[in-house]
Design a binder for this molecule. Structure first.
Ligand SMILES: *Cc1c(COP(=O)(O)O)cnc(C)c1O
Length: 378
């Protein structure tokens, strides 16, 4: 691919992915690392990132949907894989046949797993998910005894092998939040009940990236890291990527599509929310909300063009936005860096999150399918 002729592209530094996985292994020396590659590895490309993470010593891969997990197997990846977001009628049998660990949060799912395991003629690898306080997926403490009892019975009949017990934090990105200790206590209690009933999990896990980085007592046997694998900080309060020993893997670049002089008082982009203060040069950046540039960052998002950080002038449109260079000048084809690691003066995903009133997770994950990924250091 001729990158200089490319409208917009995301450079993915696979060496950064490997370094981040190694840094996370050092943070959690007694636990295994699961690299979470859901949502196309948070927009970075699931297959190349999964391979890089495994190269660097990640022991597991995690996905939300079964399709994401099956795509890893279809690419020839045979490492342990777990997926956790199931709906009735999901591809249980395919997952069982592919040796994928499936998460079960309720009785309906356990019943579907048992039927699929019978059809497949082999036991399903099942991880039981406890709702220790998140209030999202997972089994409530009041329903836990029934689910564990049914899973142990399914294990005895040979349809299920319970490989894990796990949970997820609500507020790990707010260190010191009182829910964290309560969730850990609930997890220990639900785990103890399962073990007393005869479950012998290979892995017990609750930590996501922020817990891995800030809360060693949450590491148990395995830490599930998504965002940190891609070198992005889970929250400004936790630290910058550099402070956390992480390196952002994605750099989003565009090629300036048009530069023109306009008179003072010229409206810019839909709604004319920006008006030039003086005779100005406008540079057209050919990336818009269809590419994942948040429209909420209209008038606020930063971009490095012509050696300076500029601000999106007016609205972000579907395919393009404009920057007002004032009296500065750039040329068509010059590089515009929308975000990157930040050490060459470019804005970061965290800067865009702040400009758009969101979290950095959403900035990288929503970079659209229309944006080619260019892999470095594969
Ligand atoms: C997405 C996800 C993770 C990874 O979270 P990060 O904060 O990106 O590390 C871990 N566990 C579950 C259940 C998830 O949905």
């Amino acid at each position: 691919m001729n990158e200089t002729a490319t409208r917009v592209y995301a450079e993915i530094d696979l060496d950064a992915v490997r370094r981040n996985v190694r840094a996370l292994r050092e943070r959690a020396p007694r636990a295994q690392v699961m690299a979470v590659v859901k949502a196309d590895a948070y927009g970075h490309g699931a297959i190349p990132c999964a391979r890089a993470a495994l190269d660097a010593g990640a022991a597991w891969l995690g996905t939300a949907t079964p399709d994401e997990a099956l795509a890893l197997r279809a690419a020839g990846i045979d490492a342990p894989v777990m997926c956790w977001l199931w709906t009735p009628g999901g591809p249980w049998r395919e997952a069982i046949e592919a040796g994928i660990d499936v998460s079960v949060s309720g009785m309906w799912a356990l019943e579907e797993v048992r039927a699929a395991a019978r059809a497949a003629g082999r036991p399903a690898r099942v991880q039981l998910k406890a709702d220790t306080g998140l209030g999202r997926n997972g089994c409530q403490p009041a329903d836990w005894a029934e689910l564990v009892g049914a899973a142990v019975a399914a294990q005895a009949e040979g349809t299920v092998h319970v490989t894990g017990v796990w949970s997820h934090f609500a507020c790990a990105d707010e260190p010191g939040h009182p829910s964290i200790g309560l969730q850990l206590a609930a997890f220990r209690e639900m785990l103890a009940h399962a073990e007393k009933e005869g479950v012998e999990p290979e892995v017990r896990h609750i930590a996501n990236s922020p817990a891995t980085l800030t809360l060693p007592e949450s590491h148990f046997d395995l830490v599930r890291c998504g965002l940190a694998v891609y070198g992005v900080s889970p929250a400004p309060e936790i630290g910058t990527p550099a402070q956390l020993g992480l390196r952002p893997a994605m750099t989003l670049k565009a090629s300036v599509a048009l530069v023109k002089a306009v008179p003072a008082g010229h409206g810019v982009s839909y709604g004319h929310h920006h008006v030039t203060a003086a005779e100005s040069h406008l540079a057209l950046i050919p990336a818009g909300y269809a590419d994942g540039i948040p429209r909420h960052a209209s008038g606020r998002g930063p971009v490095l063009v012509g050696g300076k950080t500029r601000t999106v002038a007016g609205r972000v449109a579907m395919d393009q936005f404009v920057v007002d260079l004032g009296s500065d000048q750039v040329r068509e084809g010059d590089e515009a860096v929308i975000f990157g690691p930040g050490d060459r003066g470019e804005p970061t995903a965290e800067d865009w999150a702040q400009a758009a009133g969101t979290i950095a997770y959403e900035i990288v994950t929503r970079i659209g399918g229309r944006v080619p990924r260019v892999y470095r250091n594969g």
